[in-house]
Design a binder for this molecule. Structure first.
Ligand code: HEM
Length: 450
C-alpha cells in the first residue's frame, strides 16, 4: 500500500503527561534522558508543553526530511517566535524569503579566504590566552573558553576589539539571554514576562546591554568602513536590496550582528570546554593529540593550511560534537501538512527533535556514552542523513560551520602543544541542559606547562 493510501495513524503520547504541565517536568529536570527515551515509543511521539502538543521526531531519516526536503513547508517554531520579539530578526531567527536574502548577504563572510584569516586571528588570540593560564591555581575551563570565543568572533566578524566595559557587558548578558529566551518560550502566559521579578529584570537588562554594545560596535564600524572591504559588518553596511537599492536598516544590521554573536560564541565555547574536560580525563589521548600537534607546529601556532594534518585532534572534536552536542534541541513548525510514516502533522503543528538524542542512540552509535574519537577513523559509518547533525542540515544549516571547526582546531592546538590539563578533583563531569546549549559542570582544571 502506498503511504498516501494507508489508514491514518495516531501519534503516540509519551508517558508521564501531568496536567496542567504536560511533560514540562521531565523536560526541565532531566531533559536529555527524557528525550532519549522517546525513541522507545516510535519515530514520531507527542509530548505536551502545558496543553500545546509538540511532535518529537526520533528517527534520523525523518529529521533529515524535516530539515532538507520539507524545509520550504516549515518555519522555525514557537521558541523563535518569542526570540524574534526579544532579539530581532537576525539570521539565526529569521525565516522564508527574508532569511534566504539575508543568508546570501552573510554567507560571503564565511567563504574560504575569510575563514583562513579568522583562523590566523584565532591562533593569535588563543596563544595569548594560553600564555596567561598559569599552573599556580586550578580554574574552571568554561569561562576561559567563553572569553576566548567571544574575542575570536568579535575580532573575526566585526574586525574590532572591545573595551573592558563592553566585554563585561557581553559576558554578563549572553548566558542570561540564552537561558532566558528558552525559558520564556515555556511560560504558560506572556503576562509572566511583565512581572517585576528579578529573573525578568535580569533578562530585560541583558537584552538591552547586548543591543547597546552591538550598536556601539556597528556605529564604530560604520565610521571606519566607508567602502566595501572584507569584514562581515562592512558586507552588511554596504549591502543594497536588489529591488529597491536601499541599504539595510541599522536595526537589521544590529540584529544580524547580535544573531552571529549569540550563535557563534556559546556553541564553540561549550564544545571546547567539553573537549578539554574529556581530554583532562583521558591523559593517554591527550598525549597522543599533543604529539600530533607538536609534529605539525612545535609551539601549537597552526595555520589554516596545517589543519588537515590535525586528523586525530579533528576526530576528538567530532566526538565531542557527537557526545556533547551544543544544540540539544531544535525545532520547526509545519506550514503545510507534513507526512511522516503514515502520520500527518497538520499546518501549525510544532515539531521538535534532539540532535543529542540521535547522537546517543545505541542503535546508531555502539556504546554511545563512551567518549571514543576512534569512531571517526572510518567516518562513512556516520554518513547516513540525519545521523550526525551538530550543525543542523538544509537551508538553516550553520553558516559558521567551517569557521567553528577551524577555530576549535586552532584553539585545541594552542592548548595541547603547551599545556597538560588535569582535573583538580575527582568531581564527576555533569551536564546542565537548562539553556540553549548543554554546558559542562565538572572539576576545576589544572593547566601545567608541558
Ligand atoms: C561548535 C560550534 C557550532 C555549532 C555546534 C553550531 C550549531 C548550529 C546549528 C545546529 C544550527 C542550525 C539551527 C537550526 O536549524 O535551527 C546553526 C545555525 C547557525 N549558526 Fe551555528 N553552530 C556553531 C558555530 C557557529 C559560529 C562560529 C557561527 C558564527 C560566527 C554560527 C552562526 C550560526 C548562524 C548565523 C546560524 C543560522 C543559520 C541560518 O539559519 O541560516 N554558528 N548553528
Amino acid at each position: 500500500m502506498r503511504e498516501n493510501d494507508a489508514p491514518p495513524v495516531t501519534v503516540p503520547c509519551a508517558p508521564g503527561r501531568l496536567p496542567p504541565l504536560g511533560h514540562l517536568l521531565p523536560l526541565l529536570t532531566d531533559p536529555l534522558p527524557f528525550l532519549q527515551s522517546l525513541a522507545d515509543h516510535g519515530p514520531v511521539v507527542r509530548i505536551h508543553l502545558w496543553r500545546t502538543p509538540v511532535h518529537v521526531l526520533t528517527d534520523p531519516e525523518l529529521v533529515h526530511r524535516l530539515l532538507v526536503q520539507d524545509a520550504a513547508k516549515t518555519e522555525k517554531g514557537f521558541v523563535f517566535d518569542k526570540a524574534r520579539g526579544l532579539l530581532g530578526n537576525g539570521l539565526f531567527i529569521s525565516e522564508g524569503a527574508f532569511h534566504l536574502r539575508q543568508r546570501r548577504l552573510v554567507q560571503p563572510a564565511f567563504h574560504r579566504d575569510s575563514v583562513r584569516r579568522y583562523a590566523a586571528s584565532a591562533a593569535r588570540l588563543a596563544a595569548a590566552a594560553v600564555s596567561r593560564w598559569g599552573p599556580e591555581r586550578p580554574a574552571p575551563i568554561e569561562p576561559r573558553m567563553h572569553r576566548l570565543a567571544r574575542d575570536i568572533v568579535v575580532e573575526a566578524l566585526f574586525a574590532t576589539r572591545l573595551s573592558d566595559a563592553q566585554k563585561a557587558r557581553i559576558d554578563r548578558a549572553v548566558p542570561v539571554v540564552l537561558t532566558g529566551f528558552v525559558q520564556r518560550a515555556l511560560y504558560p502566559s506572556p503576562l509572566l514576562e511583565k512581572l517585576p521579578v528579578p529573573a525578568n529584570r535580569r533578562f530585560d537588562t541583558a537584552v538591552r546591554d547586548l543591543r547597546t554594545t552591538v550598536d556601539e560596535i556597528v556605529a564604530r564600524a560604520a565610521v571606519r568602513h566607508q567602502g566595501p572591504d572584507e569584514t562581515l559588518l562592512s558586507l552588511l553596511l554596504t549591502a543594497r536590496d536588489e529591488e529597491t537599492g536601499l541599504a539595510m536598516a541599522p536595526a537589521q544590521v544590529r540584529d544580524e550582528a547580535v544573531s552571529l554573536l549569540l550563535a557563534g560564541t556559546e556553541t564553540t565555547a561549550t564544545t571546547l570546554a567539553w573537549l578539554f574536560h574529556e581530554l583532562a580525563r583521558h591523559q593517554d589521548l591527550q598525549d597522543e593529540l599533543s604529539e600530533e600537534v607538536r609534529t605539525v607546529a612545535a609551539d601549537g601556532a597552526v595555520s589554516w593550511e596545517d589543519l588537515p594534518r590535525l586528523e586525530r585532534t579533528g576526530h576528538a572534536i567530532s566526538e565531542t560534537l557527537r557526545l556533547h552536542t551544543p544544540n540539544w534541541i531544535l525545532m520547526r513548525r509545519a506550514m503545510e501538512p507534513l507526512q511522516y510514516g503514515g502520520v500527518v502533522l497538520p499546518p501549525g503543528a510544532e515539531v521538535l527533535f534532539s540532535p543529542t538524542a540521535l547522537h546517543r542512540s545505541p542503535e546508531l552509535y555502539p556504546d554511545p556514552s563512551r567518549f571514543d574519537p576512534d569512531r571517526w577513523r572510518h567516518p562513512t559509518g556516520h554518513a547516513r542523513p540525519g545521523l550526525f547533525i551538530p550543525f543542523g542540515a538544509g537551508r538553516h544549516k550553520c553558516v559558521g560551520e567551517s569557521f567553528a571547526r577551524a577555530e576549535m582546531l586552532v584553539v585545541a592546538a594552542a592548548v595541547l602543544a603547551r599545556l597538560r590539563l588535569r582535573p583538580a578533583t575527582a568531581t564527576p563531569l555533569r551536564e546542565n541542559a537548562s539553556a540553549a546549549t548543554v554546558r559542562p559542570r565538572g572539576p576545576l582544571i589544572i593547566a601545567e606547562p608541558r
